[in-house]
Write a protein that binds this ligand. Sequence first.
Ligand code: GLN
Length: 485
Amino acid sequence: MDTIAASAGAIARSVRAGDVSAEQIVDFYLNRIGRLDGELHALLAVDEAGARARARMLDGLPTEQRALLPLAGVPLVVKDNIATDGLPTSAGSRILSKFHSPFEATAVERAVAAGAVVVAKSNLDEFGMGSSTEYSAFGPTRNPWARDRVPGGSSGGSAAAIAANMAPLALGSDTGGSIRQPAAFCGIVGLKPTYGRVSRFGLIAYASSLDQIGPLARTVKDAGLLLQVISGLDRRDATSSAEPVADYVAELERSLDGLRIGLPTQYFGAGIDPEVRSVVISVLDRLKARGVQVVEIELPHTEYAIAAYYLIAPAEASSNLSRFDGVRYGFRATAGDVVSMYQNTRAEGFGSEVVRRVLLGTHALSVGYYDQYYVKAQKVRALIGRDFMEAFAKVDMVVTPTAPEVPFELGSRQDDPLKMYLSDICTVTANLAGLPALSVPAGFVGGLPVGVQFIGPAYSEALLLRAGSMVEELVERPPWPLDAL
Ligand code: GLN
């Protein structure tokens, strides 16, 4: 039964055709989760009973009805800051450790309506704040390629689950790189859609002007398949876009003749590991051999991106996280009076990185500092957006490494926030400018995965996926680390 360990697209086809039952598929993946996740800790909650019941329901549907489901019987892992009604939603935080959402996120609802089966919730840095999944209140996730290394973050659980084949598809969220950097670290595909492409309804807000939900998968085609299902206008998210949704899978067949890719010198210099850089350059050389034009361009304000991001994101976080007061959600500390109840709940409920962000953000927004920090960061944000607009007058998309390095060792940076923040140097600009960005595997350095990132104009997801699928054809890869188990 080869279909079982196959792509999401192949699984859905077999389930639709009745060659295999959704229940068999779900059993296969639950079994892998049971055997592998004890060591990897990619998942925070597994819904065995719910997933089996849902699979049986799909198997009981009339054939004509099942034939309409693009994700028929495909197991899906959902990052634990995305609301699900069957499973708890903790956002990786002690403050929400027992929280059950009364509603489901639109992206999950749409995937489920398309036939997906939610099997588990995945680990993350608390509220999405981090680049290694080590800031989860429930312990870190290990990288399937090297278990003493981080899987990246904050969607590290989703990325590790895909690399370990505990599910063919996962949802993540990306505020400054949280889908793309873990995708790169785990040797898989991850896409941050254009701001507004996918509804944020049901995503626990970190920095609302930057947050987007997106797909993680082993192949570009599978990522496109999930993106197609979750995209589109949702009246429950006022920032969601009415822009028509393309057929991302069909578009993969279109030619890339005459494609022009910009290479921004700012992303290939200091701060980028030379071995990572040469892997990316060698991908570009192979693209050139296929007729793609690669031209050097400038994105001059890149050097201010990390500083701007680490003001804007914490500023929005400090406001978004004020709702966690022990009254309405999750954990409540015991105390004699209401003010100490608020204080103790937040002191005991939030981890140290979250506290750091709330302090930073509150400071940046306070009277006297607002203009100096927050407003200035917003101006830089506008300039970064303008850099991209100018670049897209000359090229169709921009290429960069996804991360400046290979996956680092667990524990090696946990106490060095600045170093941790620098992991995001290549990814935050797409969020600041609201642009779509895709990470695809580019190769390996010492057995550790490296990703290449394509950033395009708003709503150019189909084009990015086409470029990604060309890279997929050009890159040789070793067998997946745990598939034989
Ligand atoms: N690592 C970045 C941060 O800590 C990005 C996280 C994300 O995209 N959620 O903010």
